[in-house]
Design a protein around this ligand. Sequence first.
Ligand code: ADE
Length: 226
Amino acid sequence: MKIEVLTLFPDMFDCMKSGVIGKALDCGKFSLNATDIREFSTDKHHKCDDYPFGGGAGMVMTPQPIFDAIKSVDPDRKCKRIFLSPKGVTLSQKVVLDLAGEDNLLFLCGHYEGIDQRVIDSEIDMELSIGDYVLTGGELACMVAINAVARYVDGVLGSSESTSEESFSNGLLEYPQYTRPQTYNGMSVPDVLLSGNHQNISKWRHAQQVEVTKKRRPDLIKEDKC
Ligand code: ADE
């Protein structure tokens, strides 16, 4: 998978170079290229924002640098083009899996009070939000989306970090995990996990998943999962 990001703050994406995602980038499992929109501004001061027509608070990102930046990184419109915005579709596991099926993604990060609507109308395929709150820009939202999507790219996670038994993988939240020592500060690991009986362990884990999901996220529970 190839990921292009357009942003006024490309350095923010340096933090993607660490951890599991950084290792996958080093190994070429997917590529991530953050491009500075400002480089495309034809304004003599490389300005990328201006006052909103009609008045109102704040500044709006101007269309020219964004149109030119998009044309430069995705000239043949191969990418699914996503604009990060609180007005977008909310990121969910379903959206993550859909995006993980794409070969080329382009994320556009906005700032100030937003971007000129003509960019969205003519260049963007999807607006994406990471939740009902407002950030100062799209970069953090973009990194959240990339991190969640990259986990489903072949070879990004090692076998020890599989996605098969985590929260949402079967529509339920994850069961509790324990490791050594068996007793810590008087708190013991549930006996069933020490029993070696894999059928009982599976049953216990499923029951735990149902319990925690009912308690915390009843909206996720469908009758056939219980
Ligand atoms: N930009 C500002 N707030 C955002 C949010 N909640 N999701 C995505 N992009 C944003």
